[in-house]
Design a protein around this ligand. Structure first.
Ligand code: CS2
Ligand code: MG
Length: 402
């Protein structure tokens, strides 16, 4: 089999997605997600100018060799743009291999390790009352796990609060929105939110929270300690993980479980945190961590240290990434949970897929491949529309982590 054509498809059914389509001389094709929220065009250029020309004529079954060629051959290694491009190629090649075998992708990875993939939904509200109601709605839908994010009194914006009835989508059209953050207001508020959530809904479901890189290590330690009575499934990204020693400080003060890694793009980003058991869940997923090929290696390392997977699954990761991740989730022995921030109907129409939700679990389906396709004609009706993630500043104007 030979690669005869490669398309880089940009579409914006409500938000921008980049999809790679690899075609072969036997009529089979595979697709991969290459979306990097707010930097989509950088990945488009990397793929079109530096990857696609090197793929034509290659054997698509040589997945590992092509991964090594693209990762080592660039000389300049790692990074979100490079690894999203490699991830898209890798995902498309796994799709082709599974289609060739006539099997759903999870069978090629090692078969089912569980009946279904437990997911967590995104409940959010402008205040405690709205957030408590939103969590209740997800529990009524059958979710076993719910992430709770709330507006913070005294702040105009906070992370994770949907605009209108849209599912939470952080990117906004035009130039980056500037948001103001106050750690003091947040730290005083967060325990009250979780007091109310456990008071109203009890403990018979998993409760998660995303801190979104906002705290210093000692502030994160204080948050983790203050939330211990609420037995959270995890606090996520409590502090920016470039300073991996910061997680040591947090671990000295609290037993609240920690999840990190959605911004990681290499196993080397994860290694120290896993080997030193500074985290409990690794959030890396297909589109940002170099595809199935590298994600499997990260999971295998994590398994040695009883760290479980918790793949990222926000709206800016396309249904192609979600579909591929679900096959990974169904197989991976040290599975923890899968994030499921639902896409809009427009997006689902552009990306018809085999995965389905039932009673708090997602199932990837039995379609050969990863079970997700792209309707190119429909995709063409939604041209790229520049949008950026917000930036955050402290109340004195200091730039902060959004
Ligand atoms: C978030 C994401 O889902 C999450 O855990 O961290 O919504 C993140 O903000 C976006 O993926 C950024 O594009
Ligand atoms: Mg997150």
């Amino acid at each position: 089999m030979k690669i005869t054509g490669v398309k880089v498809i940009v579409t914006c059914p409500g938000r921008n997605f980049v999809t790679l389509k690899i075609e072969t001389d036997e009529g089979l094709y595979g697709i991969g997600d290459a979306t990097l929220n707010g930097r989509e065009k950088a990945v488009v250029a990397y793929l079109a100018d530096h990857v696609v020309p090197c793929l034509i004529g290659r054997d698509p079954h040589r997945i590992e060799d092509i991964w090594q060629y693209l990762a080592k051959g660039a000389y300049w290694r790692r990074g979100p743009v490079t690894m999203a491009a490699i991830a898209a190629v890798d995902t498309a090649l796994w799709d082709i291999k599974a289609k060739t075998a006539g099997l759903p992708l999870y069978q090629l990875l090692g078969g089912k390790s569980r009946a279904g993939v437990m997911v967590y939904g995104h409940a959010n509200g402008k205040d405690i009352e709205e957030t408590v109601d939103a969590v209740g709605q997800y529990l009524e839908l059958g979710y076993k796990a719910v992430r709770a994010q709330s507006g913070v009194p005294g702040l105009d914006t906070a992370y994770g609060i949907a605009r209108g009835d849209l599912y939470y989508e952080p990117a906004t059209k035009g130039l980056p929105e500037e948001q103001v953050w106050s750690t003091e207001k947040y730290l005083d508020f967060a325990p009250k939110l979780f007091d109310a959530l456990r008071e109203k809904h009890g403990f018979d479901f998993h409760l998660l929270h995303d801190v979104h890189h906002r705290l210093t290590p000692i502030e994160a330690a204080r948050l983790g300690k203050s939330l211990e009575p609420h037995r959270l499934f995890w606090i996520e990204d409590p502090t920016p993980a470039e300073n991996q020693d910061g997680l040591k400080l947090i671990r000295q003060h609290t037993v609240t479980p920690i999840a990190v890694g959605e911004v990681f793009n290499s196993i080397h980003d994860c290694r120290g945190l896993i080997e030193n058991q500074l985290i409990d869940y690794i959030r890396a997923t297909v589109v940002h961590a170099g595809g199935i090929t590298q994600l499997r290696k990260i999971a295998a390392l994590a398994e040695l240290y009883q760290v479980r997977t918790g793949c990222h699954g926000a709206t800016d990761l396309s249904p192609v990434c979600m579909g591929a991740a679900l096959h990974f989730d169904l197989w991976v022995p040290n599975f923890g949970i899968q994030e499921y921030m639902r896409h809009t109907e427009e997006t689902d129409a552009v990306f018809p897929h085999a995965y389905s939700f039932a009673d708090g679990f997602l199932h990837p389906g039995e379609t050969p491949g990863h079970g997700v396709d792209i309707d190119e004609e429909l995709a063409a009706k939604y041209p790229y529309d520049p949008a950026y993630l917000p930036v955050a500043r402290l109340q004195d104007g200091t730039m902060w982590s959004w």
